[in-house]
Design a protein around this ligand. Structure first.
Ligand code: FCB
Length: 447
């Protein structure tokens, strides 16, 4: 690591991957163009009542047509890395079988464009847009979806593996399974605890099946997964609240990290679920525990866990919240990284998402001033720096998100971008946070 030049300047390692992240369904649009198949998010957003604003992702940021302009913005920002996801039904419209050449070509051109701009592509294979046909055949609660994912990983890595060197299998298996199949707030909108647990298992299995394929087709590449991590603060020192925090940690964090690290599912949570988990077959846990080159962590906020709900008199949240209603708690970034490192010791860590939604607006000067986002990013990145100073191998940071986009069930009402998007005209405007981030990347230091 390079040395700080003064106490006020916090430098980052020379090859630190400063990036921004997006996901296919949230930005691409072109939902039924050039042979793309329907995804569960197309179906979900077209179902009345599912998206708060009544919107769909049919157009979103129209990135499918405007990707050159978007790569130019990334270049202007000085990004070293860009994390994006591939739309499975754009590659395999029915989920398996017939390969849509136009889909491959789109991502191939994007990768070429990024490399030409000096930006390293970090590719996520699955960021929630399952082909609808596979959902109709059982979706993630069905084991064959994991097998289909392995075939999909093979097709993509055969096509892009010569140029892409950083792969993530799945984004946030926890959210995908529990919110999509357990709580119903995400596609496919089911509410069934057993389905959610089976889905979680098959998402992890899909990851385990895909990683060796990625390595075989993409020699020298690094493979990982992106998980959402939620540090849990007990609402008080009452043992019941501490137990609630331990339980919440198990459900949201350990249930995914333990099997990825070769420890199987945590017994305390397994017992509490009381599910027979007959979907776990011999050998699955070994497959899931395939060694990772890195773990990607998405961190946004902590959770206050209490035996009697989430309110408390002893732990007072900072009082600062984002437009999502999420507490701003930068120390949680430190807790997350140090906890994951000390508990599991993966060879490298990336922050694959971190950011905040605010109600940004274009001012009379046609500029978008977002000081609260700058403050959010700065304070979280300070914590990342602190973690690196301890010698913990954090290799990169991806701001969520490059662009304001389609924020799932909230539609375009929640703006997370460094770049403002006018969804009527598709005009892009760099927010002040984008300028701030540009300066940070240029100096490779927080000043
Ligand atoms: C994460 C998702 C990402 C975005 C952010 C705000 O859970 O991975 O797509 O929605 O939250």
């Amino acid at each position: 690591m390079s040395q700080d030049t003064s106490p006020a300047v916090r430098s980052f390692p020379r090859d630190f991957a400063w990036g921004a992240a997006t996901a296919a369904y949230q930005i691409e649009g072109a939902w039924n163009e050039d042979g793309k198949g329907e995804s569960i998010w197309d179906r979900f957003s077209h179902t009345p009542g599912r998206i708060e604003t009544g919107e769909t992702g049919d157009v979103a940021c129209d990135h499918y047509h405007r990707w050159r302009e978007d790569v130019a913005l990334m270049q202007e920002l000085g990004l070293k890395a860009y994390r994006f996801s591939i739309s499975w039904p754009r590659i395999l419209p029915e989920g398996r079988g017939h390969v849509n050449r136009a889909g491959i070509d789109f991502y191939s051109r994007l990768v070429e464009g990024l490399l030409a701009a000096g930006i390293e592509p970090f590719v996520t294979l699955y960021h929630w847009d399952l082909p609808q046909r596979l959902q109709e055949a059982g979706g993630w609660p069905a084991r064959r979806t994991a097998d289909a994912f392995a075939d999909y990983a093979d097709v993509v890595s055969r096509s892009l593996g010569d140029r892409v060197q950083q792969w993530m299998s799945i984004n946030e298996p926890h959210i995908s399974a529990l919110i999509g199949y357990g709580e119903g707030r995400h596609a496919p909108g089911h509410r069934d605890q057993h389905e959610a647990l089976a889905a979680a298992h098959h998402l992890l299995l899909a990851h385990g099946l895909a990683v060796p394929i990625l390595r075989a087709n993409s020699p020298g590449a690094k493979a990982g997964i992106a998980i959402d991590h939620h540090p849990q603060t007990p609402a008080s020192s009452d043992p019941a609240d501490e137990a609630a925090a331990r339980f919440a940690d198990g459900v949201t964090n350990r249930w995914f990290l333990d099997p990825l690290a070769g420890r199987g599912y945590p017994d305390d949570i397994r017992g509490a679920y009381g599910d027979d988990m007959g979907f776990v077959r011999d050998g699955d846990l070994d497959q899931i525990a395939v060694p990772l080159d890195f773990i990607g962590i998405n961190y946004y906020a902590r959770n206050i866990a209490g035996a009697r709900g989430h309110s408390s008199s002893t732990v007072s949240p900072s009082g600062e919240y984002t437009e999502m209603g999420w507490e701003v708690y930068p120390e949680g970034m430190f807790d997350t990284l140090t906890q994951v490192h000390s508990m599991y010791g993966f060879p490298a860590l990336y922050i694959t998402e971190n950011g905040a939604a605010y109600a940004d607006a274009v001012g009379p000067d046609r500029q978008v001033h977002d000081p609260r986002r700058i403050s959010y990013l700065r304070r979280h990145i300070e914590q990342v720096h602190k973690v690196i100073s301890l010698g913990i191998p954090v290799r990169g940071y991806f701001a969520w998100s490059l662009l304001d986009n389609f924020e799932w069930s909230f539609g375009t009402s929640k703006r997370f971008g460094l770049v403002y998007v006018d969804f009527e005209t598709q005009e892009r405007i760099l927010k002040s946070s984008a300028r701030w981030y540009q300066g940070l990347i240029q100096g490779n230091a927080l000043v």
